[in-house]
Ligand binder design. Structure first.
Ligand code: CA
Ligand code: CA
Length: 77
């Protein structure tokens, strides 16, 4: 479980260039944070996260997309 605030802070850490998107490369470069994301979204890998929750298919995850994934997994407090 996580709060929106914790999720935002995690997202900001992963989004190192601050363009509002976390790419699959960003996820692979931070395996520890990526594991937390996988656990909160009930996915097993960054690829699975992208396949299921990259709704605009741009190859990266926005905060809204991530939040939607965590909400769908019932892990948002
Ligand atoms: Ca970024
Ligand atoms: Ca996207």
């Amino acid at each position: 479980m996580t709060t929106e605030q914790e999720l935002q802070s995690l997202f900001n850490t992963l989004d190192s260039d601050r363009d509002g998107k976390v790419s699959i490369n960003d996820l692979f470069l931070s395996p520890g944070l990526s594991a937390i994301i996988s656990s909160e979204t009930n996915t097993t890998s960054p690829q699975e996260l992208l396949v299921n929750y990259d709704s605009d298919k741009d190859g990266s995850i926005t905060f809204e997309e991530l939040k939607g994934a965590v909400e769908k997994a019932n892990n948002l407090n």
